[in-house]
Ligand binder design. Structure first.
Ligand SMILES: [Zn+2]
Length: 463
């Protein structure tokens, strides 16, 4: 039997008492010097005595047994300064820790990089590395590294990501319970630049403060913003005009299209409900009489219509249709001119966001589209959105050839945040969120280097 691909249990899952656990291997280590320079005066001081420490390390992968380290190290005494001191052990084991630095590193990676919840990370450490760390300890480690992370993010990290600043930014907000997280992202390089966690829903004054902070960061580095993308939220236009006057402001194309598509799909649902109401009632049992047979036939055909409309509802809003899909759409909307009109309007909306056009052409197309919408009462009531001035704002990118038309950069970061929200932390605090996001920002920058390393590995393997 080939064992590859078999899902085997961990050997320790079978044990029935703590006595059966694999006993740890003891590794002896020595950091004992004959003499060492005093950290205060620099005088060479001889060893006063030897001391020892025990801590847990990553287990032995061959024997699958845990490994404990017995470390012997020297204690030195400086008579001049009257202090005791030791050799530097920080690369081996953190002060007062029961675990080696390797274990701490591994645990933080499991949580931050792989997105494992604390409990899962704890089990992973035992299963794969034979070192038992309680989940609370993992949490403490991640929180401690988050504290360092948020310092890093406001210092060296900013220098790093702003060195390749594209000038195009996207701003957005994500809500998490009572908290709101404001984010500025480089909309071409997809780095998060600045994040602020608020403990209330933001208003204009919050956005003003946030933008002031961001502008100061840019001024210090002589950088300018060339274009800004946001969603359709009313929070942004006014503060943006104050802080970045004259900079083109684009509303995300996807958000605008999404709203219109949603309205159309809702209207389609309404049409289906109306068809359902018009289905004739038929009696049970064998059909008697011509009228009864006709009613049954009608009922079947209307029910099929409802199913067809439901199953192919995406055809009404899909951006491009193949000739087959077009044919299918024509077939299912036959007899419902309002649906056909919706499709025409949707085509019109998509053609607005055609990068080959100039803004002037786009605006003209929009005017024509609006006239067409106004002509039909039934279309107008569902598609009032087309009359909103947001649409003009979403066309800004037509004259700014480099301006991204969507706030995709910020959306993908938000998706990561929501995923993290689900898996990683239960207790949410202002500080906790700030720190976790900081760690995730660092991860984001490192993540980009990964394909390069994988490329090298591939190259090396192929010889
Ligand atoms: Zn000294």
């Amino acid at each position: 039997m080939c064992p590859i691909g078999e899902y085997l249990p961990d050997p320790t899952e079978k044990i029935r008492s703590a006595k059966e656990l694999p006993p740890p291997e003891i590794v002896q280590k020595r950091e004992s010097r004959k003499s060492l320079g005093c950290p205060k005066c620099g005088r060479k001081c001889p060893r006063h005595q030897n001391k020892s420490r025990d801590f847990h390390d990553i287990g032995n992968p061959d024997t699958r047994r845990p490994r404990d380290v017995h470390l012997v190290f020297s204690q030195h005494y400086c008579a001049q300064c009257d202090i005791y001191f030791y050799p530097d052990l920080s690369s081996l084991v953190p002060p007062y820790s029961q675990y080696s630095l390797r274990v701490v590193d591994l645990a933080v990676h499991l949580v931050v990089e792989d997105g494992l919840p604390y409990g899962e990370a704890s089990w992973n450490l035992w299963r794969d590395h034979r070192v038992w760390v309680p989940r609370g300890t993992v949490q403490n480690w991640v929180e401690a590294s988050g504290k360092k992370g948020s310092d890093y993010v406001n210092g060296p990290y900013l220098d790093d990501v702003l060195r390749e600043f594209s000038g195009y930014i996207a701003i957005d907000e994500v809500y998490d319970g009572p908290f709101c997280i404001l984010v500025v992202v480089d909309n071409k390089k997809f780095h998060r630049l600045l994040v602020e966690v608020l403990d209330h829903s933001p208003d204009h004054s919050d956005i003003h403060r946030f933008l002031t902070r961001f502008r100061e960061i840019l001024i210090q580095r002589n950088l300018v913003v060339k274009g800004i993308t946001t969603d359709g939220s009313p929070l942004y236009p006014e503060p943006l005009a104050v802080h970045f006057p004259g900079v083109p402001h684009q509303l995300c194309e996807f958000h605008v299209i999404k709203e219109i598509n949603l309205a159309v799909l809702r209207a389609l649902a309404q049409v289906r409900r109306e068809i359902k109401k018009s289905i004739p009632k038929v009696k049970r049992g064998k059909a008697v009489g011509k009228r009864e047979i006709k009613a049954r036939r009608q009922k079947a055909s209307l029910e099929k219509k409802i199913t067809d409309l439901f199953e192919n509802r995406y055809l009404l809003v899909q951006r491009t249709l193949s000739p087959q899909e077009r044919k299918c759409l024509n077939r299912i909307t036959r007899g419902y001119p309002v649906l056909q009109r919706f499709r025409e309007i949707i085509d019109g909306v998509y053609s607005l966001f055609d990068r080959r056009c100039k803004l002037e052409t786009g605006i003209k197309k929009l005017e024509a589209l609006r006239t067409r919408v106004l002509r039909f009462q039934d279309v107008y009531t569902t598609l009032k959105k087309i009359l909103s001035p947001n649409l003009e704002k979403a066309l800004t990118f037509l004259d700014e050839k480099l301006l991204p038309s969507t706030s995709n950069g910020v959306e993908r970061e938000n998706r990561r945040f929501r995923k993290m929200q689900k898996s990683v932390y239960r207790v949410r605090t202002h500080q906790g969120i700030t720190q976790r996001i900081a760690l995730d920002m660092i991860r984001g920058v490192r993540f980009r280097r990964r394909p390069r390393i994988i490329g090298f590995l591939q190259e090396f393997r192929n010889g």
